[in-house]
Design a protein around this ligand. Structure first.
Ligand code: DX5
Ligand code: ZN
Length: 221
């Protein structure tokens, strides 16, 4: 079942010199989750933040931290991010030789387990893993950078994953990440997404605009 829409601002688009204040500001503005993009310069062509920054940010937010790991190999860092305060750990199936083992490790750390699918990764990859998953993240751009253009071919993937999730007897969040704007948000919601990650669309306009940006993404005026 598609749950009420939740908005997960990606702090990749925030002011890195004021990260703690930015987390608090988007929470006051109505964010449901805080999306943290971790990049290693190897799995994706960009470098961002590590577990030390997640640990430092944790006291600045009360909402769950949705940590998106674009790093390979990933297994050796899972415990570090769990201890740093992540609530959900999302990995890519290409980020290690044994994706099922990575998901088991996340669960053994007491965290929610997410799987992120690149635009070129087929939906069938989730089939043997569904019993391990709390979240599936459909990448609507190639991961690595904020501010990219939404790939419309991903809408069919979202719909196909919605059907798979609805056939399960337990909840799995269906998240979309990349290129989510006021124009594309209604499309991904129509296709079945219930967690919308948005960087540029939330953080544009500065703190006084965050509330209106989040309401508009959620489908309000
Ligand atoms: C892309 C990241 C996204 C990104 C989204 O690799 O995973 O979370 O920050 O940024 P926007 O919303 O600007 O496309
Ligand atoms: Zn992300």
């Amino acid at each position: 079942m598609q749950n009420p829409i939740r908005i997960a601002p990606s702090i990749l688009a925030s002011d890195f010199a004021r990260l703690g204040e930015e987390v608090a500001a988007v929470e006051r503005a109505g964010a449901d989750l805080i999306h943290v993009d971790v990049m290693d310069g190897h799995f994706v062509p960009n470098l961002t933040i590590g577990p030390g920054v997640v640990r430092a940010l944790r006291p600045h937010g009360e909402r769950p931290f949705d940590v998106h790991l674009m790093i390979s190999p990933v297994d050796g860092f899972l415990a570090d991010f769990a201890e740093a305060g992540a609530d959900t750990l999302t990995v890519h199936p290409e980020a290690g030789p044994h994706i099922h083992r990575s998901l088991q490790l996340i669960k053994s750390l007491g965290k929610k387990a997410g799987l992120a699918l690149n635009p070129g990764t087929p939906v069938e990859v989730v089939d043997p893993l569904l019993d391990q998953l709390d979240l599936i993240c459909v990448m609507c751009v190639n991961p690595g950078f904020g501010g990219q253009t939404f790939l419309p071919g991903t809408l069919d993937k979202i719909a196909a994953l919605r059907r798979r999730i609805d056939a399960q007897d337990r909840p799995i969040d269906l998240e979309v990440d990349g290129g989510i704007t006021f124009e594309t948000a209604p499309l991904v919601v129509e296709a079945g997404a219930d967690v919308l990650v948005a960087g540029t669309a939330v953080f544009t306009g500065g703190p006084e605009a965050y509330g209106a940006n989040i309401r508009r993404l959620r489908g309000g005026a």
